[in-house]
Design a protein around this ligand. Structure first.
Ligand code: HEM
Length: 414
């Protein structure tokens, strides 16, 4: 067993730089080639970069999400103040707490509460609606021959899908995207007071909306998640915090990441015209192509865990209290697991990528996300031809998200 290395080489790891936003993969290769966990002082975290290490941490019972396992309540409170996460009553009840950040029995109870909602059978009902919605979005731009794929298309895809899943009526889905953006922006490293106020105000607005919607569903239950959750809340099976935080998590988890992977997926196809051609010639490859989009350029590249005990894995001794960074996107390019890992291969099998995590927190929405991508890319390839990038694509910056702010393209109707 080897202890975590003492001195650290400078690997030129600068996740807020423009170069990293343009292409993080050379930096990820340096981390993997280093061959050991690497201490990233800016985040006070040990980064795991190789597939086997990331996968081992994701499934390890003592690698947990919540700081409660490694810090006292006073230490957590002091940390909240340092991070400017304090004095946000609704945000801390419904966003900072959620099943994503819970462990053990609390996590299992919350996860079980919504697990069935994500079964394939329930998703089949969403398929026709999603297809109709995607066709409408394309109808609006198809005669123009150009669009910003992000603003004019991708950003409009997930709102109504998540809305229908939760039970938000179609005509009320408008604000969902802004609510999600305004709440999620505070997970970024810019924790100014103005951004903090926006996150708290928006959380409160969404909370008030969910209370109004719940009252309506109490009187007139429908076949949707909110009707089922409010019935269980009224029966005393779950608390208001459980119920509201879960609805907010589903809105946030399913929104930005879907927009980002739609852009990343299209950019991957445009950068690999042979694979785009292959997919057009054989649409039965869509399932593997979608999986490859998640592997090749994962939209959620990084999540943390805490070591809740002294642990050993893959030859490393990790002391209790260590904060670990699981670099899912970096692990997905590990040559030891994926031959020709830097190559986008629309027919790649097997493809055991870890873009949806693994273990206790494995993404509950992965079937839904893959269904949305399948519908979008099948429709794009059927209805458009000669799709070409045009003008300047703009990447989002940061370590926690990977996507585009703008991705202008031209095309012709097929
Ligand atoms: C579109 C691409 C998506 C990606 C790449 C993605 C990725 C992930 C990852 C990596 C995690 C685990 C985080 C960790 O390791 O701590 C996660 C958790 C989760 N995701 Fe997704 N997700 C996506 C879409 C969705 C959608 C559409 C929904 C729901 C509608 C969703 C719902 C959830 C939930 C509820 C969790 C928490 C699971 C738990 O903590 O037990 N995700 N997702």
């Amino acid at each position: 067993m080897k202890p975590l290395p003492g001195s650290q080489p400078d690997l030129g790891f600068a996740p807020l730089s423009d170069a990293f936003a343009d292409d993080p993969y050379p930096a990820y290769t340096r981390l993997r080639d280093y061959g050991a966990p690497w201490y990233f002082a800016d985040y006070d975290i040990w980064l795991l970069s190789r597939f086997d290490d990331v996968a081992a941490a994701a499934v390890h019972a003592s690698c947990v999400r919540s700081p409660e396992a490694v810090m006292t309540p006073d230490e957590i409170a002091a940390q909240q103040v340092r991070d400017n996460w304090h004095d946000m009553p609704h945000h801390s009840r419904f966003v900072q707490f959620s099943l994503l950040n819970a462990d053990g029995e609390v996590h299992q109870r919350l996860r079980r509460m919504i697990f069935n909602e994500f079964r394939t059978l329930s998703l089949q009902r969403l398929h026709a609606q999603t297809q109709a919605h995607v066709d409408r979005l394309l109808d609006a731009v198809i005669d123009t021959g150009r669009m910003d794929f992000i603003e004019d298309f991708a950003a409009r895809v997930p709102g109504p899908v998540i809305g229908t899943f939760l039970g938000v009526p179609e005509e009320e889905c408008g604000p969902l995207r802004q609510w999600s953006d305004d709440i999620v922006q505070y997970f970024d490293i810019d924790r100014s007071d103005a951004r903090k106020a926006l996150a708290e105000r928006t959380t409160t607005e969404f909370y008030d909306y969910l209370l109004r919607l719940s009252d309506d569903r109490r009187r007139r239950p429908k076949d949707d998640l909110i009707s089922r959750l409010i019935a269980r809340y009224d029966a005393g099976d779950l608390s208001e915090d459980d119920y509201i935080s879960t609805c907010m998590l589903i809105l946030m988890a399913g929104h930005g990441s879907t927009i980002d992977i739609l852009g990343n997926g299209l950019a991957a196809l445009l950068a690999h015209p042979d694979q785009l051609q292959r997919l057009r010639a054989d649409p039965s490859l869509m399932t593997t192509a979608v999986q490859e989009m998640f592997r090749y350029d994962a939209p959620l590249p990084f999540f943390h865990r805490f070591a809740a005990a002294d642990i050993d894995f893959n030859g490393w001794q990790i002391p209790k209290g260590t904060k670990l960074g699981l670099l899912y996107a970096c692990a997905n390019r590990d040559e030891a697991t994926f031959p020709q890992a830097d190559r986008f291969d629309a027919g790649r099998t097997p493809n055991r990528h870890i873009a949806f995590a693994s273990g206790a927190h494995v993404c509950l929405g992965n079937h839904l996300a893959r269904m949305e991508l399948d519908i979008v890319f099948s429709t794009l390839l059927r209805r458009l031809k000669d799709i070409e990038p045009t003008g300047a694509a703009v990447r989002r910056r940061g370590l926690s998200v990977r996507g585009f702010e703008a991705l202008p393209v031209t095309f012709r109707a097929a």
